[in-house]
Design a binder for this molecule. Structure first.
Ligand SMILES: [Zn+2]
Length: 388
């Protein structure tokens, strides 16, 4: 896994019963879509994402009654996840189905040893799950470690065939098949991970309490979502991303970029009239810290001034949120302690400086920008108006 750690950024997430869920996204190499664009499916169509499942032989036999029974339970687990996905409140254009692929190798049975095993022992095989995948038959990998010393769910990106790998480690005594929809269970925790497979962020990173916001001293009003801020609900952001990415079975960083409009026109008005030469500061929020990064004495991430029309343009919205770390000033340090986890901003407090030292602050979030853009409510450039 060290190999993947070097290439991909790791996102830690911990709202779940299982303590940890990480997302690794390739943000260092946006890459290019070289494949031909598949046709956009018809609205209402069922789109199936097919898993190749990896399981340890002794776990399957000692805990789950052998292959035949395990396969049956696994099919039911996928059906529960599919129900969870589609029955959660959403704005989906399609029905999304999660299932095992149909090849002979849809269940890869690896063999370590009997009894409890360490993460390191499992990881030898988990690394292999990042190898070549037959994408004619499978879209992603579900790697199961069912008798581990330490539990935790995560989603990694960037397999050899661009596949995501959902890594699911469970401690002794946890029956992954015990809970059924609508009760919260392993199938719904996996449903959250599949949200990462389809390109969604952990939304709990946007839970910024008022005390962590030294600029405007208010909490961020995040949407409820299966991505960590609610249960049995998909935010508009996730619905828009899943719809947009629906026909792509593997998701690249390039696709993440394509969910953002390119340019933003920021306009400051008062009583409908443009406010000229207003200074506008952008303060970003970070993962893990869940705060607005504004240490005393720090410059804002961006400082802009409106022109004679009360406007200015931001040329690359994606890069505003996900900056090129080494070529962008005013970012939190990455060492000795990583104060900028995942090397991206989540949302911004936008602060307009007024006469007499007063300020007016508003939120700017990609949880609003992305769905507004993808649903066609906003086009290029994305217009962000601040009314004083
Ligand atoms: Zn997560």
């Amino acid at each position: 896994m060290m190999k993947n750690f070097k290439k991909y950024t790791l996102i830690a997430c911990s709202l779940f019963t299982l303590a940890a869920c990480d997302l690794e996204i390739d943000i260092t190499n946006p890459g290019l879509i070289t494949e031909e664009k598949p046709d956009r499916p018809q609205a209402g169509e069922t789109i199936t994402y097919r898993a190749q499942v990896w399981v340890e032989k002794n776990d399957m036999e000692e805990l789950y009654g052998g292959e035949r029974l395990f396969r049956q339970n696994l099919e039911a687990l996928f059906r529960n996840t599919t129900t969870f996905w589609n029955e959660s409140t959403n704005k989906f254009d399609y029905r999304f189905e999660w299932a095992m692929g149909e090849g002979d190798d849809n269940l890869v049975i690896y063999d370590i040893k009997s009894g409890v095993k360490s993460q390191a022992e499992y990881n030898v095989y988990k690394d292999k799950a990042y190898g070549t995948l037959n994408t004619e038959k499978y879209d992603f990998v579900l790697f199961l470690a069912l008798r581990c010393t330490k539990g935790g769910l995560s989603c990694g990106g960037g397999g050899a065939s661009k596949q995501s790998v959902v890594q699911a480690y469970f401690e002794e005594g946890h029956d992954i098949f015990a809970k059924k929809w609508p009760e919260k269970g392993t199938y719904s925790d996996l449903g959250h991970e599949y949200g990462h497979v389809r390109g969604a962020q952990d939304l709990y990173q946007y839970m910024i309490p008022a005390e962590n916001n030294p600029v405007s001293h208010v909490a961020y009003d995040y949407p409820k979502c299966n991505m960590g801020t609610g249960y049995q609900e998909w935010s508009d952001y996730c619905s828009a991303i899943f719809n947009h990415n629906a026909q792509y079975k593997q998701i690249t960083a390039d696709m993440t970029r394509s969910t953002y409009p390119k340019q933003m026109l920021v306009r400051v008005t008062k009583d409908g009239k443009p406010v000229q030469r207003a200074t506008v500061n952008f303060w970003g929020s970070r993962a893990t810290f869940r705060d607005i990064y504004a240490e005393p004495g720090n410059s804002p991430y961006m400082k802009k001034k409106t022109d004679a029309n009360g406007e200015f343009t931001i040329n690359d919205i994606y890069r505003m949120f996900i900056p090129d770390y080494n070529n962008t000033p005013n970012l939190p340090p990455k060492s000795p302690v990583d104060e900028f986890p995942f090397s991206r901003w989540y949302c911004f407090v936008v602060e307009v400086e007024l006469d007499g030292g007063q300020t007016k602050c508003v939120w700017l979030s990609d949880l609003d920008i992305v769905p507004e853009y993808l649903d066609g409510g906003q086009q290029e450039p994305y217009v962000f108006e601040i009314q004083l």
